[in-house]
Design a protein around this ligand. Structure first.
Ligand code: UDP
Length: 379
């Protein structure tokens, strides 16, 4: 898409983020904005495995790092981030603030922009799981109602916003930036083959699993239900590769469930390009992640979503994903999907992603620039 670009001053658009999926999905927009982007990282995920290598591999500029946020309960994370963001915005007022998704960083960035009357852009607006037990659902709803520009990835997301009486002029259907980030970061075929070799895996013959949401890790029963099914699949001869989120590793140890990891290949989280390569050739993905529900549609791979609900019904409607409960339903559906894997993979390879054409970040950069230019700078 060839859209005219308006120049913005250096470091004038504040991008507030704090977790791995935000780094991934904001990367193409940050590149579009170029020198105008100013990154503020709350430090919610701030270690080499979950942040450092993502900043490097995605070629992101060095962020300003907030302190004392990670490891606190939700309210403390939001409060500490908000306070420091307010100082940062007072020190150097952005022409716009951009937040993405539904994390505590997203909400803190939105509130900080709102408090100083700075135009706010919400990337990935309008997602709704309608599950009020999820903190992410509350974050999304609150951010959408203060944002000035709501970048909905799909028409379904835009319809959710209209149903909540968000004014039409604040909504833009842009597609999801995940499409372009996957296309750019997926390693080429020889590199993917070498990565699979390094894990001792053959294409189309293994399961790749990730689990980290509170509904699957907060109680021993829930985590046991997931791990038992993955263990059974591995025991029946299909390798299960399981890059473990730090929260899940800690929960497995706390609940005495590490015995269930013996037949599963549990590894540390991997870098983004490596994860995409592994996902690209998995016979089946099993996950409770939000981002993976979108990535599977670009990679053409089937996904079992281990969740009560999803805010991404498009992946289910297009045939890429199905919702399953963590117990026997997970195991039974996995076995069915693995048994008709060849047909399913052939079908998905020819099914377009419902998340757009790979131009979302160009559109969002253009809209953000217009919003900033249209808003008079406060004294
Ligand atoms: N991911 C990764 N390495 C891993 C596991 C996941 O790079 O070992 C990526 C994955 O491709 C997706 C993102 O991390 O883009 C998802 O992050 P997470 O599941 O933490 O958050 P969610 O998407 O659920 O908000």
């Amino acid at each position: 898409m060839n859209v005219p670009r308006l120049p913005l001053p250096a470091a004038s658009v504040a991008i507030v983020l704090g977790t791995r999926p935000e780094l991934v999905k904001l990367a193409p927009l940050i590149h579009e904005l170029g020198p105008a982007a100013r990154l503020l990282h709350t430090g919610q995920h701030w270690d080499e495995a979950m942040s450092g290598r993502f900043l490097r591999d995605l070629a992101l500029p060095r962020p300003e790092l907030l302190t004392g946020v990670g490891g606190r309960p939700r309210a403390g994370q939001i409060a500490h981030s908000l306070d420091q963001l307010d100082d940062a915005f007072a020190d150097r007022r952005p022409v716009a603030v951009v937040v993405q998704g539904d994390t505590n960083a997203t909400l803190a960035g939105a509130l900080a922009a709102n408090a100083r009357d700075i135009p706010l852009v919400h990337v990935e607006a309008g997602l709704r799981s309608f599950d009020r037990a999820m903190p992410e659902e509350h974050n999304r709803v609150m951010v959408d109602h203060v944002a000035d520009l709501l970048c909905a990835a799909t028409e379904t997301n835009a319809a959710n916003l209209r149903a909540e009486s968000v004014a039409e002029e604040r909504i833009a259907v842009t597609g999801n930036t995940v499409v372009e980030v996957v296309r750019r970061q997926l390693p080429d075929a020889p590199t993917r083959a070498a990565l699979l070799d390094a894990h001792g895996l053959r294409p189309d013959t293994y399961v790749l699993a990730t689990v980290h949401r509170p509904e699957n890790t907060d109680t021993a029963e829930a985590l046991r239900a997931v791990l038992t099914e993955l263990d059974t699949i591995a025991g029946a001869g299909t390798p299960v590769l399981f890059p473990m989120h730090p929260r899940t590793r800690a929960a497995a140890a706390r609940f005495g469930l590490t015995g269930l990891l013996r037949r599963i290949t549990a590894i540390e989280p991997v870098g983004y390009a490596e994860f995409l390569a592994l996902a690209r050739h998995a016979a089946l993905l099993v996950s409770d992640s939000g981002g993976i529900q979108e990535e599977c549609t670009v990679l053409g791979r089937p996904l079992l979503v281990v969740r009560r609900s999803t805010e991404r019904p498009e992946a289910v409607a297009a045939g890429f994903a199905a919702l399953v409960r963590p117990g026997p339903q997970l195991g039974e559906t996995a076995r069915t999907w693995l048994s008709d894997s060849q047909d399913r993979l052939a079908h998905l390879a020819n099914t377009p992603s419902p998340y757009g054409d790979g131009s979302a970040s160009t559109r969002i950069a253009h809209l953000t620039t217009h919003l900033a230019e249209a808003t008079p700078i406060a004294a």
